[in-house]
Design a protein around this ligand. Structure first.
Ligand SMILES: NC(=O)c1ccc[n+]([C@@H]2O[C@H](COP(=O)([O-])OP(=O)(O)OC[C@H]3O[C@@H](n4cnc5c(N)ncnc54)[C@H](O)[C@@H]3O)[C@@H](O)[C@H]2O)c1
Ligand SMILES: [Zn+2]
Ligand SMILES: [Zn+2]
Length: 361
């Protein structure tokens, strides 16, 4: 039997989201239905609602979720009903040119459910990042469900499914931050704060948090930042240079998604340093850089899709670090809300009042 559930839908560009009845089909071959327990509100959900990602409205939002597998389709071997899972928006296909080269974290043909979830009148929903978990149940490709230790409460565990993994991986997978490095993180929302925490975890010597909001800087200190820069009061490039003996940071992580912060990250690197762009720009943004500086500074300019993570490898590691008290996932959960309060969560995100609001089902 298929499912009729409540889900949060963005019907048109910029309009407030609404709670609608969503039809979730039984899982077909390679698919799983997951009963969602909690789902974090990420900036990317708001980007969808604003039409900044695609125009394929209506969207079923939500993609930072933990829950329990309820049913699986034919041929599913990685999970079974009753398993506690975190949902991933990358499920490597195993056969694309990147997977075949042994780089599944770049998979170019990541799997999603083949069947659509629909509104009552049959209109197919586009799921946020192929998940759609602001819903009591959701249908995913089984490979998107990653089994983790059920001792991790869902409000915290779900966050590993996007923002926290993106920030953690931007620092450690993409930026390869290591013991002794100096790191600067520009933008310390959920993603940036996770990059701060990951850098501190592996022994970065200096972890400089930059934001325009003093609350975010205060929280960043709690996650292990050694210094903070309020970009409304000081020029971040100069401040980062001053805090790194005049040279700039070994790794600068841009977690805002704007040209001006990208430029700051570019200029705040030491020679041969690495810039990691994890913030998502909108399609209208462009940047101009002096080519001689691009060459002359050396190093690497990298972008980080989902922290270059391999969910089946990295989610259980993060959850275990959390359960051992070494990674403070609880610190990202600013508040919990009900399914019909996603708009309030967007407002609070806009005002910078939260790291993560988490919808509990
Ligand atoms: N690459 C990925 O795979 C991936 C995954 C998840 C999210 N993201 C993106 O990462 C970005 C951050 O996401 P989030 O959930 O942390 O959002 P957020 O809104 O919680 O955080 C953004 C932070 O940037 C700060 N900020 C804004 N302007 C600034 C400026 N000029 N200088 C310094 N700080 C500034 C804000 O105060 C806020 O703290 C978004 O663009 C989001 O879409 C990327
Ligand atoms: Zn996200
Ligand atoms: Zn692939």
């Amino acid at each position: 039997m298929a499912y009729e559930v409540r889900g949060v839908v963005a019907r048109e560009k910029g309009a407030p989201v609404t709670v609608e009845t969503v039809h979730v089909p039984d899982p077909g071959p390679g698919e799983a239905v997951v009963a969602v327990a909690a789902c974090g509100v990420c900036h990317t959900d708001l980007h969808y609602r604003e039409g900044a990602i695609t125009d394929d409205f209506p969207f079923l939002l939500g993609h930072e979720a933990a829950g329990t597998v309820e049913a699986v389709g034919e041929g599913v071997a990685n999970v079974a009903p009753g398993d506690y899972v975190v949902l991933a928006w990358r499920a490597p296909c195993g056969t694309c040119r990147s997977c075949r080269r042994g780089r599944p974290w770049y998979c170019f043909d990541s799997a999603n459910a083949a069947q659509p979830m629909t509104l009552g009148d049959g209109t197919p929903l586009t799921t946020a990042l192929g998940i759609g978990a602001f819903a009591e149940r959701t249908l995913v490709a089984a490979g998107q469900a990653v089994k983790v230790d059920r001792a991790a409460r869902p409000e915290a565990a779900g966050l590993v499914g996007c923002g926290v993994m993106a920030g953690f991986g931007a620092a450690l997978n993409t930026g390869q931050v290591a013991r002794g490095d100096s790191v600067a993180v520009i933008g310390c929302g959920g993603v940036g704060a996770a990059a701060v925490a990951a850098s501190a975890l592996v022994g970065a010597r200096r972890v400089i948090a930059v934001d325009v909001d003093p609350r975010k800087l205060e929280w960043a200190l709690g996650f292990g930042a050694t210094h903070t820069v309020d970009a409304t009061e000081a020029d971040p490039v100069e401040a980062i240079r001053e805090l790194t003996d005049g040279f700039g940071a070994d790794v600068v992580i841009e977690a805002v998604g704007r040209p001006e912060t990208y430029r700051q990250a570019f200029d705040a690197r030491d020679l041969a340093g690495t810039l990691v762009q994890v913030g998502v720009p909108d399609p209208t943004m462009t940047i101009e850089l002096p080519l001689i500086e691009l060459f002359g500074r050396g190093g690497a300019l990298k972008s980080s899709w989902y922290g270059d993570c391999l969910p089946s490898r990295d989610f259980p590691v993060l959850i275990d670090l959390y359960l051992r008290g070494r990674f403070d996932l609880d610190g990202f959960v600013t508040e919990t809300l009900a399914l019909d309060e996603v708009e309030q969560a967007f407002d609070k995100m806009g005002r910078g009042e939260v790291l993560r609001s988490v919808i509990v089902l």
